[in-house]
Design a protein around this ligand. Sequence first.
Ligand code: PHE
Ligand code: ZN
Length: 872
Amino acid sequence: MKTDLPQSFQRLEYQAPNYTFSQVELDIALDPARTIVKSRLEVLPGPGHEAGASLVLQGHDLEFVSLRVNGEAHRQFELNPEALTIHALPHEGGKPFVVEIICVCVPEKNTSLMGLYVSNGNFFTQCEAEGFRKITYFLDRPDVMARYRVTLRAREAEYPVLLSNGNLLSSEKLPNGWHCAVWEDPFPKPSYLFALVAGKLECIEETITTSSGAKKLLQIWVEPHDLKKTRHAMNSLIASIHWDEKRYGLELDLERFMIVAVGDFNMGAMENKGLNIFNTKFVLAQPGTATDADFSNIESVVAHEYFHNWTGNRVTCRDWFQLSLKEGLTVFRDQEFSADQMGSESGRAVKRIEDVRLLRQLQFPEDAGPMAHPIRPDAYQEINNFYTVTVYEKGAEVVRMYQTLLGVDGFRKGMDLYFKRHDGQAVTCDDFLAAMADANGRDLTQFRNWYSQAGTPKVIVKESYDAAKQEYQITLTQSPSEHISNKEYKPFHIPLKMRLLTEADEQEEVLLELTQESQTWTFDHLASRPVLSINRNFSAPINLDFDQSESDLLAMFSGDDDAFNRWEAGQKLAMQMILQNRLPDAPLIDAYRQLLTDVDLDPAFKELALTLPAETYLYEQCASIDPQKIYAARRAFRHAIATELRIEWAALYQQMQIPGPFNPDASSAGKRALKNFALGMLLEADPLIWATMAVSQYQQADNMTDRYAALAGLVVHGSKSAAACLEDFYTRFADDPLVIDKWFGLQSSRPPVANADSTLSEVKRLRDHAAFKMNNPNRVRSVIHAFCLNNPASFHQPDGSGYAFWAESVLALDAIRPSDSTQIAARLARGLDRWKQFSEPYRTQMQAALKLVSDCETLSPDVKEVVSKALG
Ligand code: PHE
Ligand code: ZN
């Protein structure tokens, strides 16, 4: 047992590697019970080399067999559970030498889903961040980049397909029913991008021609029965390839590009060079089994992983503190891609609103809680805990700010210079900033503060209008988040798009750059007081503290030409009223009515505009959170919108029906979203009348979006018909795990329903269901995480029962690991991060649950880091 303080890694303690590898040859004989891995490393002194230094190779859960150096058996080494240290190495004039290692790992026993593991009888790997060390002893760090040649061997009958990174050199039959394949990746890469896949898989293929005229082979590999569900992923891949050529001049560099789907996966997907491995959830889709949201998630995850080929793979991270270098940039790129795919300006705005909504619901709370960290953290105990919404989503906002400051063309110049300077290298966030600055002749020194300071900054807006002088003034004052200790706060460089809305409509949009703590701008020749539309399109990831009158907000909600701020004004009005426990007043209802009946407005926008701020976002506005009060106030507000506008909802429910066959495009998806939102409102207003309609939509739907929405409406509103429909749904889709995940997830996220069992008791029943699997991440997320993380009103019970369930689940999940990380448990453990913000009795109960978990003596380091930071 480890009893000493957990080790913490510090960004400023970076040391260049003392050795590096030019060439890596792997020969892997795959056997679930005993996989033999032979590696041959060509070793060179690294940039941090000191004469006579030993070579320390990381290794974890490996059985060591043998070691040779320059062809000779080598005995000067030490072995411990984390490393193989090789002494007495040949050093003649800095010449390369060869290290050969043989070791064994046991994929069928590997339940961590890191390294080499078995899922449904096939082999897969996951190496980011530190999984390669579970396959062989290695310098498992991203700044050691090498060329790989990989020979895979396996029994042909069981593993007919053998895949690895790069290009296939050869394959042949071997004696005793074995076969082998040799793969070579011409581009140097760090070990975290290594991958192999072996098993009974089939693919769809497509050949495309890229900008230089080269032909490329694209493949999507799945289990044979899923082949029919791969078309959308393939279309998304082709669109991504073309987009990256057009927008950034970046071409696919390999002869072939493969995507493989696997049902057991900790995350969404992984960008291994030329061999992306995906959670099935982000590959498989057909209209009958996937919702519009699934289709668009697949499109953006496929794009994200593909875009990593340049931002992440060709140019990678020097160390894991730089994670946002690849993740923030790649999320920004996939967001821009998806926005372009929407096919219209209003579609782009819809995408932007969705992205910001996610940021606020998930990242703002993180940035105000015990795990708050800058997008480039300074320290971590477990790197797995730093694949966060801050590194990803706030990181993307920081990249977006470069584009806002430099313009789209200036940003492109910066990207070009970044690749020109750093192709083939492992670099830092500072290198990215320098490329942006140098390509544009800009001093971005102050912009660096976005990388080093945590917390969502606050910007206070004060406005004044002098009618006599026809002068309007605004003063902007920035301050750090009050949730973070900020002794040495340095002001941020904050780009704020703004426009003065006037009767004459003559003011242009301008970009204000707030760089001091406080700055004032004066605008003249204004015949009347304008309405200030600021932080348009959410140009900076900040909290605006602006005491704007309800009439100004209403004016913006009805007519701001910036769709984001139009939406924002409506959110702010609703939020203020909900927090004051008010119902929507007549002017607001009128504004809602106008908006809903405006035939020129995008249906998807209408749906967003009428969706109320999430409970977790409302929590962030409270000094002391009472979850049941917030739930009740929000629900009452929703009920009022539902009943006051019932005629409009009924009309929309009819108007948004789409005749003809199913079409997955953005415009049809928007209509479905609004139609199903209307159905939810009708069920809220008159559940008895509309349940019949929902049941018939459920039965007649020709697509999952409509079927699921009808089912969800029935479940959420406690309809009597819900049980029969749920049962029908289960039987219909019993052999489709992704759809069964929806079935579980829907029931676990049901808010409290009058005269029904508590959701918690339902969740416990679901956990005992024959189809529940504690070791399948998707299934666990659809039951346990859905309840504890996405169902606040049911989770936060005054008797603490939800928290007790949480503690029990964290411990149960954490106990699945053999000896290392359980990312699923650690993610769940984040669920009580904000306990100090809650009112009694919640607060004390949450603290007790956290203590219960932290008292466990066999906790994984991942969970330990999370709960001890929460309690600390
Ligand atoms: N790098 C992956 C992505 O962003 C995420 C990931 C991290 C997957 C760690 C697995 C393990 O696409
Ligand atoms: Zn990524």
